[in-house]
Ligand binder design. Sequence first.
Ligand SMILES: Nc1ncnc2c1ncn2[C@@H]1O[C@H](COP(=O)(O)OP(=O)(O)OP(=O)(O)O)[C@@H](O)[C@H]1O
Ligand SMILES: [Mg+2]
Length: 338
Amino acid sequence: MTVDATTSPGRLTDRIPTLGGAAIIAHLVPPRQFVNATLDSYRPDRDYPSQGAAVAAIRNFVAGWHSGGGGLFSRKKAPAPLPGVYLDGGFGVGKTHLLAALWHQAPGRKYFGTFIEYTALVGALGYAPTVQLLKGASLLCIDEFELDDPGDTRLMSRLLSELVASGTKIAATSNTPPNALGEGRFAAQDFLREIDSLAAKFTTIRIDGLDYRRRDIEAGARVSADVAAELATIDGVTTLDPFDAMLAHLGTVHPSHYVSLVENLAAVGFTGVHVLHNQTDALRLVAFVDRLYDAQVRIVADGIPLDTIYPDDMLAGGYRKKYLRSVSRMIALTSEPV
Ligand SMILES: Nc1ncnc2c1ncn2[C@@H]1O[C@H](COP(=O)(O)OP(=O)(O)OP(=O)(O)O)[C@@H](O)[C@H]1O
Ligand SMILES: [Mg+2]
């Protein structure tokens, strides 16, 4: 895409997204970064045997599509895989990578979205039309299953039950509910309890390990010496906003629409980054950073380093895991491209 240098950067606050059902459906594919993710390109960390075991479990799940069908796979006597897999683990261990790799292997019609995208789809289309649309797919991938809102969780549970009954397989990754302090097996238990009607249909795959994004990046988030000048060196559409104006704007857009807020952007610039004082702003930023990360939009910012914006009291609370994941993603997005 060519961009008129005189009109770039634009302002994020001038972007007022609306997103209908058709646009949401068009987005139900793995994020750009995972277009080429495969099981073979996942490098299990030998220090964490659960990673290699996860790959094996996913291969077994994939084999379920082919067994009985067309001789692609040898008929080993293995128990029939359950219709669902649930990847449970810390941030940056490759859950989304494995989920996308699985999606790529599924035959026929299939969907890949975050929990929030599916709930937005139901919001835009209504429940029955959503079931109608998704029914009959070979696989539905749900990244970052949220347990924060009981209503949404129930809705999704009901939807998944109907889809499983129609023969669709389900793969999901975890998110931490409020007050599940730190990172532990609570997440898996809560997930299964909340979707109790489905629980018996899921194989839980626990993945331990270190944040893969930090294997190479030791430093914190990079602070730019001159945001505007740096944005000018970036090819493509960029935006530049004061940090506070950006936060205020996020409050006017539903988080399920953040995905179109970042559309076509190569980079976003923020000036005057500072410590966040309220949880509402912080959670909106988390959701926004998730969309920036999915779309691999670079962040160029000045003020304090973005990895220091969540204060200790927030980091000690129920959303700890979300904040740490957000920090990990901001460090990756501010680092120099390799
Ligand atoms: N073992 C691995 N081998 C190769 N690439 C990996 C591995 N683990 C992670 N990655 C890569 O590291 C990046 C982060 O992984 P990914 O986003 O899949 O982690 P995640 O567990 O979903 O993290 P988050 O909690 O942030 O959602 C991706 O680019 C992914 O392709
Ligand atoms: Mg992920």
